[in-house]
Design a protein around this ligand. Structure first.
Ligand code: URA
Length: 218
């Protein structure tokens, strides 16, 4: 007679094999959809920014990440390299990530705008409106458990998308907002933009504290 222990071991092996198969399948499907999205963004002419960009910045990281960070828009360095957060703010972001023992490959990071506004101007309402469907597609593909907004523009959009009352970043940063939608419950953690810490050690302290919440939610 097969012992309960053997039977349980068999079942466990079976379900972990199934789980691995599912994760690999999810990753492949996400990969295909992200490839199409990448192509659409590279061909995008929905606002004027395509005329001045050197490279669109789609985003990067794990397609099955538990946490997705959303910044504002590419700056000079990001536009040159086609990668998010590779300038001064990116250096601070990497420090914040490593403070909770995460690496870029463990997370997904993108922006509200995929192309650089010349002179690092604030994103205009028209640019944001044109670009948001790309961010919506990214959220759908990755389905992160935690969305962490970096700065005011991402805060405003994500609060609106998930039906939360608009609030100032100073009163919501470092708090966890749990929301439900068709794809399940999510946690939203608003944070100050890392660029705000460039010359302000106090702000860096706040960000370090707030980042701990992300670690606790993963
Ligand atoms: N600031 C942002 O909001 N995004 C970047 O990619 C770089 C700087």
């Amino acid at each position: 007679m097969i012992s309960l222990k053997t039977e349980l071991e068999k079942q466990l092996k079976f379900s972990s094999r199934n789980l691995v198969t599912k994760l690999v399948k999810d990753d492949c499907m996400n990969g295909e959809e992200m490839k199409k999205l990448r192509q659409d963004i590279h061909e995008c002419r929905l606002c004027d920014l395509w005329k001045t960009r050197n490279n669109p910045v789609v985003g990067e990281g794990s397609l099955t990440a538990g946490v997705m960070f959303i910044g504002e828009a590419p700056g000079y360095n990001e536009d040159q390299q086609g990668k998010p957060f590779v300038g001064r703010a990116g250096k601070i972001f990497d420090e914040l990530l490593s403070s909770i023992e995460l690496k870029r490959k463990d997370i997904y990071i993108t922006n509200i705008l995929k192309c650089r506004p010349p002179g690092n101007a604030n994103p205009s309402p028209e640019q944001i409106k044109a670009c948001l469907p790309y961010l919506d597609r990214q959220i759908k593909i990755i389905q992160p458990n935690v969305i962490s907004t970096l700065g005011n523009f991402a805060l405003s959009y994500i609060f609106d998308k998930f039906g939360l009352k608009q609030e100032k970043i100073s009163s919501v940063h470092g708090r966890i907002f749990t929301v439900s939608n068709l794809i399940g419950a999510k946690k939203i953690i608003p944070l100050y933009h890392p660029a705000a810490a460039t010359y302000n050690p106090e702000m860096k302290g706040l960000l370090l504290e707030d980042f701990k919440l992300i670690r606790d939610c993963l």
